[in-house]
Design a protein around this ligand. Structure first.
Ligand code: LER
Ligand code: MN
Length: 273
């Protein structure tokens, strides 16, 4: 099976990572279909006023899947976090992740665990990781029971003290979580450019644990406007049999027009490598 491509679209609150506002998300789905993407990465903050059945129908009508649910908005909006917060906030965060898992089951997608895991600090990193593995236990059990994959995102040191590199994330999954099948890695090429020793080395190290890729150049612009060598990375992903989603999560830079105009042809180029 070949790898698939998606792009970020947000359902409730605007984000710099989407080319469409939340109010215009259906236009975003149309654009993805026109540009022959395979699916949408959906930013969902909460389920209070969300008709998930309708969203699923809108994806289906366009032949689009959902790659993963991006969950981090509720950290800023509601202060949700798995660690470093009072027990009742951890519990509410776990409940929110369970709702994401239910939604992912319906959509046939994965669930991202990014900044909503908590930020930790350099001084307390060991304890923070213990706390995180404890807080993740019920989520891992629930995801496993429901056949949903949780994607732990490696995020650079300027945003969180926990799980910065691909290597650190592999180590956490193997040695602290007990290597469950339902937990994999979201590898963001922007963060990897800052933290990883080498792209190819990381792909090899992650192996089958690599479940989702975020596409952005070294400066978080659209591919080709920084110094990341995408051809080499994508050839290596293919050589390693990667058949999950690669999803655009870049700024609308150098311009919104460039992103809207060039995504389809860039994806085609990567497919043909
Ligand atoms: C989310 O996928 C991410 O990469 C973070 O940098 C967002 O703050
Ligand atoms: Mn990312």
């Amino acid at each position: 099976m070949d790898m698939k491509f998606s792009a970020t679209v947000t359902l409730q609150y605007d984000t710099v990572f989407s080319s469409f506002s939340a109010a215009d998300y259906v236009k975003g789905l149309d654009w993805m279909k026109e540009n022959r993407l395979d699916g949408a990465e959906l930013c969902i903050s909460n389920y209070d006023n969300l008709d998930l059945g309708k969203v699923k129908a809108q994806l289906d009508e366009r032949g689009l899947g959902c790659s993963t649910i991006s969950t981090g908005q509720a950290r800023g909006l509601e202060g949700l976090s798995l660690i470093g917060v009072p027990a009742d906030v951890t519990a509410r965060t776990q409940e929110r992740f369970k709702k994401h898992i239910d939604a992912a089951k319906l959509l046939g997608s994965k669930v991202t665990i990014g900044l909503m895991r908590g930020l930790g600090s350099l001084d307390t990193a060991e304890r923070d990781l213990d706390e995180l593995s404890e807080a993740m236990k019920p989520l891992v059990e629930y995801a496993g029971k429901n056949g949903v994959t949780l994607c732990l995102e490696a995020i650079n040191r300027y945003e969180t003290a926990l799980l910065n590199s691909a290597e650190a994330t592999v180590d956490f999954i193997e040695n602290r979580l007990g290597n469950p099948d339902c937990v994999g890695i979201l590898w963001d090429l922007f963060h990897a450019n800052i933290e990883d020793i080498g792209f190819e080395r990381s792909i090899e190290k992650m192996g089958k644990k690599l479940k989702h890729v975020h596409i952005a150049d070294s400066d978080r612009m659209f591919p080709g406007y920084g110094h990341t060598d995408f051809e080499t990375i994508f050839k290596c992903l293919k050589k390693n049999g990667f058949s999950e989603y690669c999803s655009f999560e870049c700024f609308n830079l150098p311009s919104l027009d460039v992103v809207l105009r060039d995504t389809g042809s860039w994806v085609q180029k990567m497919r043909e490598l």
